[in-house]
Design a protein around this ligand. Structure first.
Ligand SMILES: [Zn+2]
Length: 234
């Protein structure tokens, strides 16, 4: 049974009720969740699960083997049973930093218009790898990102079917990343006037919420690769 992905519709929902569907070692599966599973460079959420008889820490969230989502628990001595009603609550401080960082990486990619070859998000620092040879002026880049933050661009997402994509080649051309096809539909992340691309992660609702961003180390990873690290200033 697949898990309903509530975080894909509302990234700000920090808790939800759910029903346990199955257990597998230290992995607990439910019918619906607000926990984001590791993927797309964004870490899996942490938090806790509570039910009538107990409460447990969730230390990670990953994709399961059956199209569902696994909540990894810290301790397997006492677990809820399949069919039990539970309440899931995300560690919101950590997740909200991931949302701000994730949105900041879209801004970084919008300023440095080079092909992106990799990326990673954490609450402390995040990075994108660019296929580029040019030297980066960190001061200029920091200012350019913070201008986009200050301009308070709205951030939204929408779903589009493969058929709609085929019928809207202009839309595809404006995307910074080509959409994957063959899954029936694609989730588009739209930072108004700044960036449009397929993305399944969690983001803040406007760029002002990102807050002040600082460009950190720029690492040369081979002749054609620059790794740009960013930090949040609070
Ligand atoms: Zn994204």
């Amino acid at each position: 049974m697949t898990t309903e992905e509530l975080y894909r519709h509302d990234a700000y929902q920090a808790s939800c009720d759910a029903i346990v569907t199955r257990l597998e070692g230290d992995r607990l599966y439910v019918d619906r969740t607000v926990f984001y599973p590791l993927g797309g460079g964004q870490p899996g959420d942490t938090g806790h699960i509570a039910w009538a008889d107990g409460k447990l820490e969730i230390v990670d969230t990953v994709h399961g083997t059956a199209g569902d989502i696994a909540h990894v628990v810290a301790d397997t001595a006492f677990l809820p049973a399949p069919g039990d009603n539970v309440e899931l609550t995300v560690d919101w401080d950590r997740r909200y930093r991931h949302m701000r960082m994730h949105t900041a990486l879209h801004l970084l990619g919008a300023v440095l218009k080079y092909p992106v070859t990799g990326g990673n998000i954490s609450a402390e620092k995040s990075r994108l790898d660019f296929n580029m040879e040019d030297t980066i002026d960190k001061q200029w880049l920091t200012e350019a990102i913070n201008e986009l933050v200050a301009a308070n661009h709205s951030v939204s997402h929408r779903w589009i079917s493969d058929d709609e994509l085929d019928a809207n080649q202009d839309l595809v051309r404006t995307m910074s990343v080509q959409p994957p096809r063959g899954k029936g539909r694609v989730r588009l992340l739209d930072i108004d006037g700044v960036d449009l691309q397929p993305c399944g992660g969690t983001h803040v609702r406007n760029t002002a919420e990102v807050g002040a961003v600082r460009v950190g180390k720029v690492e040369k990873k081979g002749r054609q690769n620059r790794r740009v690290n960013i930090h949040l200033d609070d």
